[in-house]
Ligand binder design. Structure first.
Ligand code: C2E
Ligand code: CA
Ligand code: CA
Ligand code: CA
Length: 279
């Protein structure tokens, strides 16, 4: 509802004012961030629970501003989505992650894959499939080495359009994952139609596995459902041996979290992988 001018001030609390000033500040700073090389990607391993091997890593944005310091993607991605800056940033993320993957593959990690987070705004761009093919072709990385992480939200408004886009992306050979699974609204029939490769179980269900029977029930149900539909499962936010043990017992395929490693800059990730496994 729109407020009339007279009443507006009542609803614009000092807290809201501070929030919108911060958003404006971030918006202005973001405009320069790409030119000034302030954005970086860190990478977090996704570990096969049965073998302990790492088949893929997730790219996660890091922004270090000279004056504002480190700003979390949880804070600046929503700002970039509001302003449309996410398109330019998202394209930079795709290019950088694919180039990095090419370098790692050339350095001997020949089967490694990379997962990239896609904003719903990127997902709804009609040019997205062409952009992705072009980026992959330019670096000679095979499409199946790229996983795109989407949230359940992309399908809410217009499931038919979403299905069409997913079909197009899959036709290019890339793999689709559903991020933060369990927190959104996707139905089982949608999941089946989307031909999703991997479900990433949201960390909110993983956190309390040790003492919350409901979370254990939810996680084991997700894993069984994914298995029945032929999808892989990755548990996010795994921090303890007990969580890992439960996930192993339930037949979860992969685990990702601080128990194995924080997201690392590229050189440290390479060291991590080389110390763990012969390529
Ligand atoms: P996400 O995609 O769900 O990423 C997982 C988040 O959990 C990351 O936070 C990661 O650092 C954190 N994490 C990993 N393991 C653990 C753990 O064991 N315990 C805990 N407590 N946390 C863990 P991060 O890097 O701060 O990213 C936050 C969110 O920002 C991401 O959530 C994603 O939604 C968004 N994001 C990050 N990079 C990108 C990007 O390149 N593009 C887009 N569109 N969004 C991004
Ligand atoms: Ca993700
Ligand atoms: Ca997630
Ligand atoms: Ca998340």
């Amino acid at each position: 509802a729109k407020l009339d001018g007279r009443n507006t001030y009542r609803f614009f609390t000092p807290e809201m004012r501070a929030q919108s000033l911060r958003a404006l500040q971030l918006e202005n700073a973001l405009r320069r961030a790409l030119e000034r090389n302030e954005l970086q990607l860190h990478y977090q391993p996704q570990v096969r629970i049965r073998t302990g091997r790492v088949h893929s890593v997730e790219a996660l944005l890091r922004w270090n501003h000279p004056k504002l310091g480190a700003i979390s993607p949880a804070e600046f991605i929503p700002v970039a989505e509001d302003t449309g800056q996410i398109l330019q940033i998202g394209e930079w993320v795709l290019r950088s992650a694919v180039q990095q993957l090419r370098d790692w593959r050339a350095a001997g990690l020949t089967d490694l894959k990379v997962a990239v987070n896609l904003s719903a705004i990127q997902f709804h761009q009609p040019q997205l499939p062409d952009l992705i093919s072009q980026i992959l072709d330019a670096s000679c990385v095979p499409p199946e080495a790229l996983e795109l992480e989407l949230t359940e939200g992309v399908a809410v408004d217009d499931p038919r359009a979403a299905t069409a886009t997913m079909d197009q992306l899959r036709a290019r050979g890339v793999r689709l994952s559903i991020d933060d699974f369990g927190t959104g609204y996707s139905s089982l029939s949608q999941l089946k139609r989307f031909q999703i490769y991997k479900l990433k179980i949201d960390q909110s269900f993983v956190q309390d596995l040790d003492h919350d029977g409901n979370d254990r029930a939810i996680v084991s149900a997700i894993i069984r459902m994914a298995q029945a539909l032929g999808m892989q499962t990755t548990a996010e936010g795994v921090e303890t041996e007990a969580q890992l043990q439960f996930l192993r017992d339930m037949g979860c395929d992969e685990a990702q979290g601080y128990y194995f490693s924080r997201p690392l800059p590229p050189d440290e990730l390479l060291q991590f992988l080389q110390s763990r496994q012969v390529p």
